[in-house]
Design a protein around this ligand. Structure first.
Ligand code: DGL
Length: 274
């Protein structure tokens, strides 16, 4: 049995590397839906349809014991639909607003995410529940996930474009400044060192990848309680699928660099954006 990790592109690799650290003996199947990238501006009903189609395909294809939606744009929308449609346990990724609200000294935090995540009712409910006594500045970025994809695949960054995307996160008002930026998209941790260089003052950048991996481990242990025996067998090779298939050689090389063996996604009827 394997652990499925899914994102719209290579962003979910930030979660995959932490999952590997906490579940070293599990085989991982990574699905990068680069054929649907970016998810940030999809209409909600079309995105739900595409994701249910993708999970239906991959849960039938592999024997999956746990599925991780390594994407905020998807998780803030689709977790109830997935849990009612499929029997496997699901773990989602949502903006780390609660830990940011607990940690802030200035009482001013920014949440940097895709327009989809920023506009979701779920994100607003996180603020109402955990951060109603602090200032939460929501910053919707249309370009950052694309900049991260490009950076990871080609090792190039347009610093001016990056600055334009992160600039609204920094608020200096009435003697107080933003002190935490929540990275509300799994692509963004790949850019955090570049973001640090551009920041006008130091802030805490919250990357939730490790917390997601630990949550996944806890759900795994509840669902399949450990029997006390340590397996000496090495797990089968980790696999990856890109829904664009051959259309994206740089992404393919990147996945191989993460130790994933690429398999063809093939012809699968999926909802498209138009
Ligand atoms: N990595 C995704 C997220 O966490 C989304 C990027 C996109 O497809 O726009 O939100």
């Amino acid at each position: 049995m394997s652990v499925l990790v899914l994102d719209s592109g290579v962003g979910g690799l930030t979660v995959l590397r932490e999952v590997r650290a906490v579940m070293p003996t599990e085989q991982i199947v990574y699905v990068g839906d680069d054929g649907g990238f970016p998810y940030g501006q999809w209409p909600e009903d079309a995105l739900v349809e595409r994701l249910v189609g993708l999970f239906t395909h991959y849960l039938n294809k592999h024997d999956i014991k746990l599925a991780i939606v390594a994407c905020n744009t998807a998780s803030t929308l689709i977790m109830p639909s997935l849990r009612s449609a499929f029997d496997v346990p699901f773990v989602g990724t949502v903006p780390a607003i609660k830990p940011a609200a607990e940690r802030t000294d200035s009482g001013m935090i920014s949440v940097l995410a895709t327009p989809g995540t920023i506009n979701r009712r779920y994100t607003q409910s996180l603020i109402d529940e955990h951060a109603n006594d602090i200032d939460v500045n929501l910053v919707a970025s249309t370009q950052l996930a694309k900049l991260a994809e490009h950076y990871m695949q080609h090792r190039e960054i347009d610093s001016d474009a990056l600055w334009q995307e992160i600039k609204p996160c920094f608020i200096d008002w009435a003697g107080k400044r933003t002190d935490i930026v929540v990275l509300g998209c799994t692509h963004y941790p790949f850019l955090v060192n570049e973001m640090r260089k551009l920041a006008p003052w130091p802030v805490d950048w919250i990357d939730p990848s490790e917390a997601i991996a630990l949550r996944a481990l806890s759900v795994m242990e509840q669902t399949y309680p450990p029997n006390g025996q340590v397996s000496t067998e090495s797990p089968p090779t980790d696999l990856a699928y890109l829904t664009s298939d051959a259309a994206n050689p740089a992404a393919q090389r990147l996945l191989q660099g993460f130790g994933l063996t690429l398999r063809p996604h093939g012809q699968v009827a999926l909802r498209s954006i138009s």
